[in-house]
Ligand binder design. Sequence first.
Ligand SMILES: NC(=O)c1ccc[n+]([C@@H]2O[C@H](COP(=O)([O-])OP(=O)(O)OC[C@H]3O[C@@H](n4cnc5c(N)ncnc54)[C@H](O)[C@@H]3O)[C@@H](O)[C@H]2O)c1
Length: 424
Amino acid sequence: MAIAELKKGDVKDIGLADAGKRKIEWAGNQMPVLESIRKRFIKEQPLKGLRLSACLHVTSETANLAITLRDGGADVVVCGSNPLSTQDEVAASLVKDYSIPTYAIKGEDNATYYSHIAAALDHKPQITMDDGADLVTTLLTKRTDLLSGVIGGTEETTTGVIRLRAMAKDGTLKFPVIAVNDALTKHFFDNRYGTGQSTLDGVIRATNLLLAGLKLVVAGYGWCGRGVAMRAKGHGADVIVTEIDPTKAIEAVMDGFRVMPMNEASKIGDIFVTVTGNKAVLAHEHFERMKDGAVISNSGHFNVEIDIPALEKLSSGHKEARPFVEEYTMKDGRRIYLLGEGRLINLAAAEGHPASVMDMSFANQALAAEYMVKNAKELKAQVYSVPEHLDKQIAKLKLDSMNVLIDKLTPEQEKYLASWDEGT
Ligand SMILES: NC(=O)c1ccc[n+]([C@@H]2O[C@H](COP(=O)([O-])OP(=O)(O)OC[C@H]3O[C@@H](n4cnc5c(N)ncnc54)[C@H](O)[C@@H]3O)[C@@H](O)[C@H]2O)c1
């Protein structure tokens, strides 16, 4: 690839840029916290001259983050963090209207997906920004020549943080990474309310099913699972939860859900949503038990939660029933509908998280990148949390943008809370 070509990126159709720009601006209207950071970044240029490669879902919200980083002085390139999550019009606009080279095409095959990651690494990043740790994993395994130039990175999601912690533990990780996911202003809201709403949005857009009265099985009652279950209950679904963690299972019971093993749930569920970050949560033995017409979907990071090869083995064939809905006919005649190829359904069939929640997630990304640049020298090749003061600052900015006021501790209250002898 020639340099000029390389710098523009690789998008589906540059002619889609106008629609993408409107989408980016619309999302920007719901992202006041990120906008306030962008305004400060323009003045202070905290990322001046730094090469930054961001491997994120290429959505209108991500575009606003990329613009903020660029306005903070960074030389930014973007690639997709999932083959099915790219909004092609947004990718086109990033290239055409914002001069941010972007490598992402919705529906790209695996080879193209990894070639896009390779192109983002050809940018020789000093800062990496990941969603699922594919960029860092590729860098650490295939592009070790770049390691000496890397200052540090940030990671957006639970699964990425788990991978990075495993790398740090066995010494594979070679630079510090900030776990944006672990910020309270990220997972309390993004994972719960963002994934909760947008996952059901994806299921509904793909199938047009009425959730009321259906049995909806949520596998995993972590931050995302709680959100999916809560929102499905609001739609009138009969929600069933499966878990492997006893504490989470009690929580689900006390939140009013039925909890049972997947072997039982698979017999009665109408719709299944996996959000565990684990593999083969829906597997051979579950497909064998499912009812005719069962709908299966995933909102966890990787497309391994549903064992698709096992589904294929059990079926006599499959065909597209409608966009993002693949009908598998079992050898006994039952039909099972797989949504979005088992990839994150909220990004495959809908638009991912709403902008107002990504406002806080991406404010964390922007401030984490700034923090990394300022503090990298003191940090080791470990996974770090977002400092509490930044987390609180984001919460405060979000409240301000919503015109919500809260109380302040009085001096007496501060003293009372700080002392051990005033407990009576
Ligand atoms: N769709 C999205 O846009 C989106 C957004 C944020 C996070 N994620 C991804 O969603 C996944 C879950 O994230 P989270 O923040 O909820 O994680 P979490 O750690 O809070 O929750 C995961 C839960 O799954 C449970 N679990 C693990 N294996 C299981 C199994 N076999 N059966 C049933 N339950 C099982 C765990 O006990 C845990 O309670 C991750 O892969 C994360 O990266 C997706």
